[in-house]
Design a protein around this ligand. Structure first.
Ligand SMILES: Nc1ncnc2c1ncn2[C@@H]1O[C@H](COP(=O)(O)OP(=O)(O)OP(=O)(O)O)[C@@H](O)[C@H]1O
Length: 228
């Protein structure tokens, strides 16, 4: 059973280099269940790379990344996959759904791939989609951009993650859909007992988070301005 005080995400003294470029040096971030944070940064500042490190797809040169109390450093491929499937949900900029499947199958597939064989899964999925305001459809490719992102959010939530990550989740949406999806996302930490980390270019989206940071000087600086 998880202790309530255990952070959903704890990054300490993170250093990461690509070639001779030091992307992160001493980066720290801690997020509790129920909290949200947004990370801003210009193109190329390392936002997506930071998410790759949190997902264990890249390994830090130094420092630690722990998800729900589990330090990723000691984990092999199978154990990492288990942490990703069980504790982390991810929303991508373009949804990354399977276009020819309906919303239910897109969401249920993520649960089944994580080993969920609960006979109540179809009902849980239907309820999640209903709560997120996704209309019924035989194929997600017929849904609007905003509706597709809601399906992507449902898929990220179906395994009950402690940590929800979103990479430019509204980057492909018009302003109205951007606002709707952003409102939906930032309501989730309280509703779903998870922490939310969003990386984005969009200050209006970031402003909804409990805490806003900018990647600068290899670390995170509170606020929306990079260090000069
Ligand atoms: N595998 C790689 N090999 C070499 N350089 C890389 C690699 N992955 C990322 N980079 C470089 O690292 C830097 C950070 O990239 P990253 O994609 O994390 O930035 P970003 O802030 O997410 O950018 P954007 O907002 O454009 O998506 C960039 O300069 C990128 O070119």
């Amino acid at each position: 059973m998880s202790a309530p005080s255990r952070p959903a995400l704890a990054i300490a003294a993170l250093r990461y280099t690509i070639g001779d470029r030091v992307l992160f040096d001493g980066l720290e971030l801690e997020l509790a269940v129920g909290e949200s944070a947004a990370i801003l940064g210009p193109s190329g500042s390392g936002k997506s790379t930071l998410l790759s490190l949190i997902l264990g797809m890249a390994r830090p040169d130094e420092g630690t990344i722990a998800i729900d109390g589990t330090d990723l450093a000691g984990l092999g491929t199978a154990a990492l996959a288990k942490v990703r499937a069980g504790s982390v949900g991810m929303v991508f900029q373009f949804g990354e759904l399977l276009p020819e499947l309906g919303p239910e199958d897109n969401v249920a597939l993520a649960a089944m791939l994580a080993g969920d064989d609960d006979p109540g899964l179809p009902d849980r999925v239907a309820e999640l989609l209903r709560r997120l305001g996704v209309p019924q459809s035989p194929r997600v490719e017929t849904l609007s951009g905003g509706e597709r992102q809601r399906v992507a959010v449902a898929r990220a939530l179906v395994n009950g993650p402690r940590l929800l990550l979103a990479d430019e989740p509204t980057g492909a949406l018009d302003e109205t859909n951007r606002d709707n999806v952003a409102d939906l996302l930032f309501a989730l930490p309280a509703e779903q007992d998870c922490a939310l980390l969003v990386v984005t270019h969009d200050r209006a989206v970031a402003a909804r988070a409990d805490r806003v940071y900018t990647i600068t000087g290899g670390g995170l600086r509170a606020g929306t301005e990079a260090q000069r």
